[in-house]
Design a protein around this ligand. Sequence first.
Ligand code: CDT
Length: 312
Amino acid sequence: MREIVLGAAQMGPIQRADSRQAVVRRMIDLLEQAHGRGCTLVVYPELALTTFFPRWLMDWAEVDDWFEREMPNPATAPLFDRARALGVAISFGYAELTPEGRRFNTHILTDRQGAIVAKYRKVHLPGHSEHDPDRAFQHLEKRYFEPGDLGFPVWRLPADMGGAVAGMMICNDRRWPEAWRVLGLQGVELAILGYNTPSVNSQQGEEGLEKRLYHSELSVCAGAYQNATWAVAVAKAGDEDGHPLMGGSIIVDPDGFVVARAETEADELLVHACDMDATRFGKTTIFDFARHRRIEHYGRICGQTAATPPAG
Ligand code: CDT
C-alpha cells in the first residue's frame, strides 16, 4: 500500500479587507486539524491567500497588491514553518508576480519538510479581459493573468508520500478533458485542484447552484475515472463582499466515486486515506493507454481550437 492521508481544506470566504496574516492563521488552524486526523498532505483552494479579486476592474497601481512576489514570504512563512514542524505537505494557490513583471494564477506543492517541490500556472483562464457591461459581475482573469507557461507536468513525490505521481490543475482547468489526459499520459495518481467558482452564472442568472455544483463534480469524477487517478478539488466558498462562491469540495477515487464531500460553505476539512495502488487496476485494464488509445484519430485535439461543423 502506498498511502497519502489527504486533507482537503475548503476555505470559507475571504473579504477584501482581510489581511494575508488573518487568512494564514485560518490555514494554520485547518493544518493543525488535519495533522490531528493523520493527514500527510493538505490541499487548499485557488487564490487561497486573498479574496477572488478578478471580480473587480481595478487600476493597475492597485492590482499588484493582490500578488505575491516571493513564496514563502513574511505573511506565509508561519504556514510553511508550522507545516514543516508537523511534517505535513501543503498545496495552495496564489497570484504570482514574477521578477520580470509577469502575472500568473499559480498553485504550489511542498514536501513534508516544507520545501516547494512543484509549481503549476493555470492554463485555462476563464472570463474576459475588458469590462463587460452585459455581465452581472466581472470575471477578469484574462486581464490579470497570462496563461500558464509550464504545461501540465507531474512530479514523483518522496517515499514518505507514497512515491505518488502528482499533478495540478486550477479551477476552470477541471472542465477540460485535455488537461486531465495530459496528466493521465504521465501516469498521474493524484490530481490536485483548487477553485473559486461563483455560485451564480454572471451571464445566465437563472442557472442555479445545483447545476453549477453538478458540473464541477461531473468534471472531476469523469477526469478521475477516465485517467484512473485520485482527485481532490477544493473550494473557496461563501459570500465574499456580496459575491457568493460555491462550496462542494470533494475527494474522488480512481473509479470516479466521491469518497468525501464538504457540507458547508465555510472553513471545513475533508480527510481520506488514499492508496495510490488503487490506481493500478484502471491503468492496466480499460484505461491502459498503450494498448487502447488510437492517436491516429486524435489530430484535431491539438490541431484546432474552435469547432468546425460541416456546412449546412
Ligand atoms: N476561478 C475560475 O476559474 N472560475 C471559473 C468560473 C468560470 S465563469 C467565468 C470556473 O470554471 O469555475
